[in-house]
Design a protein around this ligand. Structure first.
Ligand SMILES: [Ca+2]
Length: 59
């Protein structure tokens, strides 16, 4: 694993609440841009990010 990925992973683990929130917001933003056509796929992607960055999601 590269140094950058190490740091990104470290950051994500220490700031899980912020990462979860950011993922949620990014998901909503994409949702609006694609006219809610892919909202289920996006929701799933957001959930996956939130779970991969530790359990205990904040949203
Ligand atoms: Ca999380």
């Amino acid at each position: 694993m590269s140094d950058f990925m190490d740091k990104a992973k470290d950051y994500a683990e220490k700031n899980d609440d912020k990462v979860d929130e950011g993922a949620e917001r990014a998901g909503e933003l994409v949702d609006k841009r694609v006219d809610d056509k892919y909202d289920k796929a996006i929701d799933k992607g957001v959930d996956e990010v939130q779970q991969r960055t530790r359990g205990g999601d904040t949203v």
